[in-house]
Structure formats: structure tokens, C-alpha cells
Design a protein around this ligand. Structure first.
Ligand SMILES: Cc1cc2nc3c(=O)[nH]c(=O)nc-3n(C[C@H](O)[C@H](O)[C@H](O)COP(=O)(O)OP(=O)(O)OC[C@H]3O[C@@H](n4cnc5c(N)ncnc54)[C@H](O)[C@@H]3O)c2cc1C
Length: 494
């Protein structure tokens, strides 16, 4: 709970009061640091509709679910593909209170941060209202625009936009009892930005339906998506009755991993939005204890907490994985509108461990790149062509991705405090923010087993060739050239 009197100085200062800020504040408080939150508002329930894979959430956050669906589907053609992975919708009031309870006493300063400067006692953070606040550890968790530095988006921001409504329906607009993660069935004319339906049955006659553009540059506008969801609902004979709530979603998906200097950037401000799914909340909840542990340890040892936190959040492997993901973004942005459904059909036909790993921000780059190669080979030629072009447009990144795909994962490859993931269970994760890296090492090991599961699921792994049929001893430069050569007919064909 926020403290009533404001001390002049705190150990840590976190800019923002979204899920990422409060999760990190709770992690720092659990390590006995005094923490100030600076936000333009008092504690308030988060305004966005937050969904997450249930097994991605730490145990305490699973208890904040308003709904959990076991019937989770995608439609990339007439028939649904069951995803067999429970999905949760968070109750934002419960979620906020769980975070505040975990944090305990916080100093809460209402204000808008404008800039910060280093000084002898750490950093001084300035607010628009004229306050100068000092702390030894400063975190920018001010959301997609940041407050102390602007996230960078290579090639310009590519946005996810969506328009959603919670409404009563006379006839179900999507499968009753189910959560529809992605429904690409509505026809889209040539050249139009493709959108899909994201839908949840909230019980009785109430549904949440959202017309979503996964990622686009430029992105469809609110008016266009609003018109499209109403057209979709009208065309399928399920117009909404009473509309209870409307939601507009717009945020960039393709932020770079930030340069590791100055105050830590965390959450959406810190390039932690997954560039393919747009998810961020569960990843920030899982990363917060690790980052807090690193910063608190450095403070106690008299070292720079920012350097320690940057290193914990963005080890080289995670930066490399971000590059691989951003390569995926480039590829998605170049796909013709009618190729998104075939792309996701092939994606969800991968073994579950493979697509789970691809959507997990903590998956090492080698496993990611191998999944991408595997997906590539499974795609129809028409879908493959633009992807190959995108890969060849950034040979440096593609070469590094290929290189990491060929390298066996190492025990140090995993950056984060990833709990063993078990779909559906509500009680498997009873860890607290006091978890130590030693425990995490064990958990990381289990996660590496997931990588092994991906590899063992791959076909054709024989002898000294790895699961993709790539010989680990081959000259990498030659291999990249081979790849180029093999792809040339595809890329030259118009
Ligand atoms: C409508 C919507 C729906 C989304 N749905 C999902 C979802 O289902 N699942 C998922 O994982 N992700 C989702 N996302 C993506 C992302 O996870 C969210 O945007 C999430 O809220 C980001 O969390 P955050 O804590 O980093 O930032 P935010 O939640 O944006 O919080 C930022 C905080 O910083 C404060 N702030 C901003 N500027 C300043 C300043 N200068 N000084 C002080 N304070 C400042 C704000 O007031 C706010 O308190 C969604 C995004 C949107 C927009």
C-alpha cells in the first residue's frame, strides 16, 4: 500500500504504475529496498484487457484470473485448430491489489517524469510538477513511449491495433464456452490489411470480441477496425445487443533491445513486448524477480545496480533472440494479406513445444531460429517467397540467426527466472519473489528440456547432423552462401 508521507530519497524509483512497474516494485520491496512509484495517477486498475497463457503466469497471478478457458482455438481455415493450452483473462482489480499487496509499503508520488540526471547519490528524477526525486536505482517503466528515453523501432514503429467490445449477444458471435485466439475466416479483399477476430465467451450472453491487426506499418485505424468488427458480426448474423465496454488497442511491437546504459527500461518501455504476439505482461511478471535480485545484490555490494539489472534482463543470448524475433516481424510485414492464414496454419501445426517456445520471450536464439527454419520448410511456396526475401534483405541478422540455429544450446543460454511450465495447473508455481538464481538455474534446466523436446520432435535428425539436417562442422560462411543460392530461384521469381 502507498505510504502517506514522502521521504526525500528512496533506494529505488520506478516510473509508471502499470503491471511492469508494480511487478518490479514488488520484487525490489521483497529484497527490503525502499521504493518510490512516480505516476500521473494514484493506484488504479489497469485499463487494458489483459490475457495470457495460463502456464506463462506465475502462480500468484493465476489466482487473479477472471476466466480461464481450456477450449482455446484458432481458425486458419473452416475448421478450428484446438490449441490445448489454457488461456486466462486477468481480473484487473484483483491483479492490481495482488501486486500492491506483494509490494507492501510504497512511496507513491503523483507526477509526470520528464527527465533524470546522474548525481553523487544515484540519480535525480525530475517531474513536470517541479519535484526533484533521488534514488540509487531508477527504472523507466512508463509504457510504450517511455519517459526517460524513447524506445527505438527499426524501420519505424510497426503497430498492433485492435478494436474490441464487450457486449450482450442474442446469438453467440463465437464458440460458446471457448476462447478464440485467432479467427482468420472473414474474407479480406486484395491489398487490405488482414485482421482476425480475437474472442472470449465471458459467460451467459456476454462476449468480448475484438477485430485485430496483428502487426502492420501503417496500421489500420480505430474507425476502420470498428467498421470491420460490426461488418463481421453483421455478416455472420450475430450483431451485438447492449454494448458494455469498448476497447481501442494500439501499441508498437518492434522495439529494439535497448542500449544498456543509464536507468533501466522495463516492460513496454524496455522493448519487452513480444514482437509476434504483442504479449508482455506475463514476461514482465516473470522477469521482475530476477532483475530485482540483481539490482538489490549490486546495491548491497556497492556496485552500480543499473549495470547489474541490464545484464540480468538482457544477457547476450536474449538480445540475439530479440534479433531473431525482429527478423520474424520483418517477414510478417512483407507477407501478402492472403498468406497470413496459411502462415499461422503451418505455425500451429508445429509440435506444441515448438510454437510455445516461439511465443516465449525467454527462449534462446538457437531454439527460436531452428523453429523458424522448421516453419519455413513447412510453408507453401507462395508464403515462403516473401519470407525468404525478408531474410535476405537483412543478411547480417539472418546469418547470425542461422549460426545460432546451428549452435547447440548451452546452460547459460537462458536469461530469465522461468518457472517450469505446466498447462492447466493452478498450484504448480508457489515460488515467491525471494527466489534465488540458484533455484532459477534448476528451472532453467527444465526449460532447456523444452528445447530438447523441440529437437526430439524434429524429423530427420541423424548422425552428426542436427535436428535441421545441418552439419555442425560445416563452414558457416559457406552455409549462408548456400542458403542464399538455394533461395535465389524463389526470390527472383515474381
Ligand atoms: C489495450 C491494450 C491491450 C493489451 N492487451 C495485452 C494482453 O492481453 N496481454 C499482454 O501481455 N499484453 C497486452 N498489451 C500489451 C502490453 O502488455 C500492455 O501495453 C501493458 O500495459 C504494458 O505494461 P507496462 O507496465 O509496461 O506499461 P503500461 O501499462 O502502459 O503502464 C505505463 C505506466 O506509466 C505511466 N506513465 C507514462 N508516462 C509517464 C511519465 N512520463 N511519468 C510517470 N508515469 C508515466 C502510465 O500512467 C502508466 O501508469 C495490451 C496493450 C494495450 C494498449
Amino acid at each position: 500500500m502507498p505510504a502517506h508521507t514522502e521521504p526525500a530519497h528512496t533506494d529505488a524509483l520506478v516510473v509508471g504504475a502499470g503491471p511492469a512497474a508494480l511487478a518490479l516494485a514488488a520484487g525490489l520491496r521483497a529484497r527490503h529496498l525502499s521504493v518510490r512509484i512516480v505516476a500521473p495517477h494514484a493506484p488504479q486498475a489497469f485499463p487494458a484487457t489483459y490475457g495470457a497463457w495460463l502456464d506463462d503466469l506465475p502462480g500468484w497471478a493465476r489466482a487473479c484470473a477472471a476466466h480461464v478457458w481450456t477450449d482455446v482455438r484458432v481458425y486458419t481455415g473452416p475448421q478450428p485448430t484446438p490449441l490445448l493450452r489454457p488461456y486466462a483473462l486477468l481480473d484487473n482489480t484483483r491483479f492490481l491489489h495482488a501486486l500492491l499487496d506483494r509490494a507492501g509499503p510504497l512511496t507513491w508520488t503523483v507526477g509526470t517524469v520528464t527527465h533524470a540526471a546522474p548525481g553523487p547519490d544515484g540519480w535525480t528524477v525530475h517531474t513536470r510538477e517541479g519535484k526533484d526525486l533521488t534514488a540509487r536505482f531508477v527504472v523507466d517503466a512508463a509504457g510504450h513511449a517511455g519517459s526517460l528515453r524513447r524506445p527505438r523501432h527499426p524501420g519505424g514503429a510497426a503497430l498492433q491495433t485492435a478494436y474490441g467490445l464487450t457486449a450482450r449477444f442474442e446469438r453467440p458471435p463465437s464458440a460458446p464456452g471457448a476462447m478464440v485466439w485467432m479467427d482468420y475466416r472473414a474474407p479480406h479483399g486484395p491489398g487490405e490489411t488482414p485482421t482476425f477476430l480475437y474472442a472470449m465467451h465471458l459467460g451467459g450472453d456476454t462476449y468480448f470480441v475484438e477485430e485485430t491487426s496483428l502487426i502492420a506499418r501503417p496500421a489500420p485505424t480505430r474507425a476502420a477496425l470498428r467498421a470491420r468488427i460490426h461488418e463481421r458480426l453483421r455478416a455472420q448474423g450475430t450483431p451485438p445487443g447492449e454494448i458494455l465496454h469498448e476497447e481501442w488497442v494500439a501499441f508498437p511491437m518492434n522495439a529494439d533491445a535497448p542500449d544498456p546504459h543509464g536507468p533501466l527500461a522495463f516492460g513496454a518501455a524496455g522493448g519487452m513486448v513480444h514482437p509476434i504476439s504483442g504479449f508482455q505482461v506475463a514476461g514482465a511478471l516473470r522477469a521482475a524477480p530476477l532483475v530485482a535480485h540483481a539490482a538489490a545484490g549490486a546495491l548491497r555490494a556497492g556496485r552500480d545496480p543499473h549495470a547489474a539489472a541490464w545484464a540480468a534482463l538482457w544477457p547476450p543470448e536474449r538480445r540475439a533472440a530479440r534479433e531473431v524475433h525482429l527478423l520474424g516481424v520483418q517477414a510478417l510485414l512483407t507477407l501478402p494479406p492472403d498468406q497470413l492464414a496459411p502462415f499461422f496454419r503451418a505455425f500451429f501445426a508445429l509440435p506444441p513445444a515448438a510454437w510455445h517456445a516461439f511465443l516465449d520471450p525467454d527462449t534462446p536464439p538457437g531454439a527460436l531460429a531452428r523453429t523458424m527454419l522448421r516453419l519455413f520448410t513447412a510453408l507453401p511456396n507462395r508464403t515462403r517467397l516473401p519470407l525468404a526475401r525478408a531474410a535476405l534483405a537483412t543478411p547480417g541478422v539472418s546469418g547470425r540467426a542461422l549460426r545460432s540455429a546451428m549452435n547447440a544450446p548451452t546452460a547459460s543460454a537462458h536469461p530469465g527466472p522461468v518457472p517450469a511450465r505446466q498447462a492447466g495447473g493452478m498450484s504448480d508455481d508457489t515460488r515467491t519473489d525471494h527466489d534465488t538464481p540458484t533455484e532459477n538455474a534448476v528451472l532453467n534446466h527444465e526449460d532447456l528440456n523444452q528445447t530438447e523436446a523441440i529437437e526430439s520432435g524434429m524429423q530427420g535428425a541423424t548422425g552428426n547432423a542436427d535436428a535441421n539436417g545441418l552439419d555442425p562442422d560445416v563452414n558457416l560462411g559457406e552455409r549462408v552462401e548456400d542458403l542464399r543460392e538455394n533461395l535465389r530461384p524463389l526470390t527472383e521469381h515474381k
